[in-house]
Design a protein around this ligand. Sequence first.
Ligand code: ZN
Length: 197
Amino acid sequence: MKYCQHCAATLVQRIPTGDDKLRYCCDACNTVFYQNPKNVVGTLPIQGDRVLMCKRAISPRLGKWTLPAGFMENGESSLNGAIRETFEEAGAIIKVSEDSLYTLFNLPAINQVYMFFRAEIISLDEVPGIETTEIALFTEAEIPWQEIAFPVVRCTLECYFRDLPQRKFPVRMFDVHHQEDRSITTNLISHSHKSEK
Ligand SMILES: [Zn+2]
């Protein structure tokens, strides 16, 4: 961020009065620009014993498999954003239940929060969106586990297939930490059915 979006003056980075963090500030029109985490919303679309995945046509992780997900738009709910992304990226019309929220990931290193919702596939268009080269329905054994784009996707799939035999799908929240050696750790922080194990 270099120029003020209101008056086009050059921005300076400083800690505003009463604040404790560096912000981009415009001293011409006295505007402070706050930068906050972005929400990424997606679904785990299920048909029978198979899950719908998308092969990425874009960077990062081009050619790797992911679940349909993308940035929320302004004026949109998290669930509606996930439903929209599922249609745009995978051409899938889905149905969600009232307990559809499934996994939430905090990624403080890259200033993002990921949310995945469980969904049932109603219909599937064979033509994927422009961010996808291929879509496929996989059983647990068929999932290309070595070719998964993001740790949040792997974790959500692992949770699902672990929960499936019990038919209980508690909401889980994780903190994802990016280590200095570039490895990533995913720690469970909250679990809505913890007492039942
Ligand atoms: Zn300004």
